[in-house]
Structures are given as C-alpha cells and as structure tokens.
Design a protein around this ligand. Structure first.
Ligand code: AMP
Length: 208
C-alpha cells in the first residue's frame, strides 16, 4: 500500500490569522523591519501579507528548494535564486510558510547574513514543527513533531493534489478510488471533479 501523508488544508482565513499574529508579535517587539524577504516559493504570500499588516513597502525574494514532490524530501536544501536586492545595513525579516526540517530557513538566513549584511535579521513562519533544527524568531502556530502533517496551502492545492493523486492511483485504480484514498489515508476530502482534473493534468505533463 502506497505511503500517503496525513494532510491539513490551510485556508485563506488561517493565513490572515497567522500573518496577523506574526505582525502583532513583530510590533510588540518594536522590530518592524525596513525590508521583508519572502522565501520562495512557500514564503512569498505570507511575506506579502505580513508586509501589508506591518505597512512595509520593501519586499524582496530569495529561493531555496528542498521538498521535490509533495511530502518527499529532495536531498538537502539548496539555494536556487539569490537575494533579489540589497539589504545592506537594513533591518530585515525573512518570512516562510512553515519550518519543518528548518533547513531552508537556516540556509536562507546564512545567505542573507553573509551576502546581504543587514543590521538586524529576524525570521517568521506561519507554522513551526517542533523537530525543526531552526527556530524562527516569530511563528504563529507550533505543531508538535508527533502531529506532523503535510499542510496543503492555498498556493499548493493543485501541485499537492496532482502529486498525491498520482501516488494513490496504483492502489486507488481510478479517480473515485483515489478520492476515497485521499479521504481515508490523507484525511483530505477533495471534490471528485478536482481529483479527475489533477490526474488528467499529471498524465498530460508526463506525456510531454
Ligand atoms: P524545510 O526546509 O523542511 O523546513 O521546508 C522547506 C519548505 O518545504 C517549506 O517552506 C514548505 O514550503 C515546504 N514544506 C516542508 N514541510 C512541509 C509540510 N509539512 N507541509 C507543507 N509544506 C511543507
């Protein structure tokens, strides 16, 4: 039987609450940054929302890659895009969606610190899993390591669905079977029409 991860859907309301809670903590610390760096890809939208809450106008990007396919680690975290602008002497907040192994954020911080030379560097994530090797300065919600889940963010819905539906297909046999496996094994209730679409998209991309 294929190994399918337990999933948790994150909603836009969750995102609003999480980024609002982070902004409140940043404000309480008196550390509203001059620039926010969104760690691509998962940190982009949280970074933009935190910037909105805090009224920060400088929003930069940096990319690391770690988890290749949904819930499957792709070796070690690697830096794939350099910091998109200068932060020399500035106070900076690096934002991401979740710290799981913590490798991506640790790598990003190392890079921003050594290449960017900011005057202060802090980090924020919406969710923090307690086994992470990196502890963000601010996080909105802590997830105990023994309650690990794969979080399906609004911006990874189709990517995660394509990956997990494809993984479930050999056991599920067809879209209906896959829908049932996603519900039972992943605890993710997905409209059958979305499962069909995800399987079609996945098949089309492997045929390319
Ligand atoms: P990590 O380097 O393991 O801390 O995670 C790097 C990135 O992979 C995160 O910023 C997320 O975009 C993604 N990721 C890792 N673990 C999870 C998870 N449990 N649920 C959803 N996304 C995850």
């Amino acid at each position: 039987m294929t190994d399918l991860p337990t999933c948790r859907r994150a909603t836009w309301s969750d995102l609003d609450a999480w980024t609002g809670a982070i902004a409140a903590k940043v404000r309480a610390a008196g550390h509203t940054p001059e620039a926010i760096v969104g760690l691509s890809r998962g940190g982009w939208i949280p970074a933009r929302l935190i910037a909105d809450h805090l009224g920060v106008k400088r929003l930069l990007a940096l990319q690391t890659a770690h988890w290749g396919v949904t819930a499957t680690k792709d070796g070690h975290a690697a830096l794939t895009e350099q910091l998109s602008g200068s932060v020399e002497g500035a106070t900076v907040l690096v934002a991401d969606d979740i710290t799981d192994t913590g490798e991506s954020l640790a790598l990003a911080v190392e890079h921003v610190q050594s290449e960017g030379r900011p005057s202060r560097l802090e980090t924020a994530t919406c969710l923090h899993i307690t086994h992470s090797k990196f502890l963000p300065t601010y996080f909105a919600e802590e997830v105990p390591a023994d309650h690990w889940v794969w979080v399906v963010f609004p911006w990874t819905y189709w990517e995660d669905l394509r990956a997990l539906a494809t993984k479930a297909l050999p056991d599920g046999k067809d879209a209906a079977g896959v829908t049932q496996l996603l519900r039972e094994k992943c605890r993710w209730t997905v409209p059958p029409v979305d499962v069909e679409r995800a399987l079609r998209q996945a098949a089309a991309s492997t045929a390319r």
